[in-house]
Write a protein that binds this ligand. Structure first.
Ligand SMILES: *Cc1c(COP(=O)(O)O)cnc(C)c1O
Length: 426
């Protein structure tokens, strides 16, 4: 797979290089060059999950990794199920939360760890700033991996107790730093470290953030799985996928799957952070500060992957409008959607609720609809309890975590303090 920049023409680099560099350095993002549709879609859909993933990975990355390597990666990374659950007539939830940290960020983080381990190139320090789910997934994916030291910056007091436990209870090679500041402070600190070229090369500094191309490659795979499972339900018509979107990586992966020949329609569903729906409605892209909602992993006011999607459509807004449906849902409507699902016998988390709430407005009666359930409801049980008086039981793995001690260190929001930690023994 060759990748180009969304900004500078003429850049063309390998997948491994793109994973290591993270961004092209011109302010843009890496995007795969044109892909041809797969000629043998039916055969691929007939394969089981991990076997199909190995084949799809080979089609995408076979020029850089051997077949046995890709098979081993598919085994190691995707060792949890992706159930498609029927919640009503021709309406389904694609449950992406059966990985170790119970949110779909596990797909990208685990695949990134597997790829970096095979790229090799000496000890690495993985530095990441998080507002919650990404940090948990990265901590879990790199935990006890030889050759990796992981440093996670999170805003003290501003992640949920469960998320903090997921980040800060791992120990060993995973260091959690509770920064006395906001998520923006965490991001600024991480960015400054990457800009210090001497420090970056001395430590083998590596980013694990949400714009890494490895993450998108991993997320392409579960769209095919959804189609395969729809077939098993006897649903052969082209489905509509409702994607709960914040930074728009998940939707971007779906569009890549479509480019590989998968037949599907897409619906971009946001919460009250409506920068993208407004762009599609008005033709103007106006980034703005994020507003806090119940689906907080989607509270993004200037989504970075939107640039990838625009590039994908050659910045032709009309083409994009005819390829996509879109809409937002405020917190009240999200709660109503969650109640409606509950009456159907299904408990979703607020992110899945946003997707479902929009799906039921857009789906035609004869079209199968799939909403992406991106987090386990237990991850957001405080919200479900406070706003809907539901009690959601914690899965055993999470219940155990709550009993473990935290290993986090407090850190002032100060670059020198962070550098001192990074240069220290770990
Ligand atoms: C990150 C996240 C999203 C948003 O995904 P994007 O790829 O950023 O659009 C949705 N739901 C949950 C639970 C998340 O953690």
């Amino acid at each position: 797979m060759r990748l180009l920049s969304t900004r500078t023409s003429g850049i063309s680099i390998s997948f491994s290089e793109a994973v290591l560099h993270n961004t092209p350095g011109d302010g843009g993002l890496f995007m795969p060059e044109v892909w041809d549709p797969l000629p043998d879609m039916e055969e691929l859909l007939a394969l089981p999950w991990q076997a199909r993933n190995a084949v799809l990975l080979e089609r995408m990355l076979g020029d850089e990794f051997s077949r046995p390597d890709l098979e081993a990666m598919a085994q190691e990374v995707f060792d949890f199920p992706v159930p498609l659950v029927c919640v009503g007539e021709s309406v389904f939830a694609l449950e992406l939360f059966h990985g170790p940290t119970l949110a779909f960020k596990d797909f990208g983080a685990r695949f990134l760890a597997a790829v970096l381990a095979r790229i090799g190139g000496g000890p690495r320090t993985v530095l990441t700033a998080t507002s919650g789910d990404t940090g948990a997934a990265v901590a879990s994916a790199f935990w006890q991996r030889p050759g990796f030291r992981v440093v996670i910056l999170y805003p003290e007091g501003r992640v949920s107790p469960l998320q903090e436990r997921q980040i800060a209870c791992m120990g060993d090679n995973v260091e959690a730093l509770a920064v006395q500041g906001s998520f923006d402070d965490c991001q600024r600190l991480a960015k400054s470290c990457f800009q210090d070229a001497a420090l970056a090369s001395r430590l083998g500094l590596t980013s694990a953030n949400s714009i890494n191309i490895a993450r998108l490659v991993a997320q392409v795979l579960y769209y095919f799985e959804a189609i395969a499972q729809l077939r098993a339900f006897g649903e052969n018509a082209m489905p509509l996928f409702a994607v709960p979107s914040g930074n728009f990586g998940n939707l971007c992966a779906g569009l890549l799957a479509k480019r590989l020949g998968m037949r599907a329609d897409f619906l971009a569903a946001t919460n009250d952070n409506r920068t993208v729906p407004d762009h599609l409605d008005t033709g103007k892209y106006l980034p703005r500060p994020s507003v806090a909602t119940l689906s907080n992993a989607m509270d993004v006011g200037d989504p970075s992957n939107w640039e990838r999607i625009l590039h994908f459509f050659s910045h032709d807004l009309e083409a994009l409008r005819s390829a996509l449906q879109w809409g937002c849902l405020d917190d009240q409507a999200t709660l109503a959607a969650l109640r409606e699902l509950h009456q159907l016998g299904y408990t979703a988390d607020p992110h899945g609720g946003v997707a479902y709430g929009r799906l039921r407005r857009h789906r035609q009666a004869d079209q199968p609809g799939v909403f992406l359930a991106t987090a386990h409801p237990a991850k957001f049980r405080e919200v479900l309890e406070a706003r809907l008086s539901w009690t959601v039981e914690l899965p055993p793995a999470l219940a155990d975590l709550l009993r473990k001690p935290l290993h986090s260190r407090r850190l002032p929001a100060d670059l020198d303090a962070l550098k001192a930690v990074l240069e220290g023994p770990g």
